[in-house]
Design a protein around this ligand. Structure first.
Ligand code: GLY
Length: 252
């Protein structure tokens, strides 16, 4: 398992990580949203680098987007001694990590998750991959980043709906592992939660589970609580945009 560093200031995350390291090239991978809202917080902490931007959204977590990333890395002469810093939510981490883990049989990559959901879930545990033929996460690998760098400051860039989505995962971790924190968080509104403490708690819990069962042959399945049905619904909607229209018409 790779390490996870949690700090408010993004520079304080990047500078110690890069100290004493030499990378032939550094690439920052973002999507259109994180380029706008998160990259400005990241770029000042970095030496010279290339920026690669992909379209945002689960519908782009596919082979065509991987091809764009691999083409760009090739065009920019990234080699085995290069680093890819992935700045984004779960889709970007899954796809970007998969591209980095397979480009030239694997280059170093760092995850910098920018949504609460990615910070407490996808950034730990090395699951990387893409959707294929409308099956979610159908092609992928287990491979860990060199480090995961988490700044709760990124949460300020999120719409409330996105924060709620990550909060559901935090609640799930508390329900599985820690009654006392569950009691504390249910007394507070969303705006009053102590995100630093909750992220640390979730990351520590997930690390414990994954260290015990990295490839999900037993214990790690507890983390799929809620995901299995969620992934089935997502696969269903990936299959046809028309269904969304159909379902919307059925709603009262
Ligand atoms: N998201 C569940 C897991 O990483 O196993």
């Amino acid at each position: 398992m790779s390490s996870v560093s949690i700090q408010h200031n993004v520079k304080d995350l990047i500078t110690p990580f890069l100290a004493g390291k030499f990378y032939s090239k550094i690439g920052v991978l973002t999507d259109e949203n994180t380029e706008r809202f998160c990259y400005p917080l990241v770029k000042d902490g970095l030496p010279g680098h290339e920026l690669i931007v992909i379209p945002a959204g689960e519908e782009h977590k596919n082979l065509a987007t991987c091809q764009q990333v691999w083409e760009k890395l090739t065009e920019l002469h990234f080699d085995r001694h290069s680093l890819v810093l992935i700045v984004g939510g779960g889709v970007l981490g899954d796809l970007g990590g998969f591209c980095a883990a397979t480009y030239k049989r694997g280059v170093d990559f760092v995850l910098m998750p920018t949504t609460l959901l990615a910070q407490v879930d996808a950034s730990v545990g090395g699951k990387l991959g893409i959707d294929f033929q409308n099956f979610k996460n159908h092609i992928g690998v287990f491979c860990n980043p060199v480090i995961t760098l988490i700044s709760p400051d990124f949460l300020k860039t999120l719409p409330e709906r996105e924060l709620r989505s990550g909060f559901a995962e935090v609640i799930k971790h508390c329900l599985i592992s820690d009654k006392s924190i569950w009691r504390t968080i249910k007394e507070k509104t969303l705006a009053n939660q102590d995100w630093n403490a909750l992220i640390e708690h979730s990351v520590a819990f997930k690390k414990r589970v994954v260290e015990n069962d990295p490839k999900e042959s037993g214990l790690r399945k507890i983390l799929n609580f809620g995901h299995t049905v969620g992934h089935a619904v997502e696969s269903y909607f990936l299959d046809s945009g028309n269904r969304i229209f159909f379902m919307a018409r059925q709603l009262p």
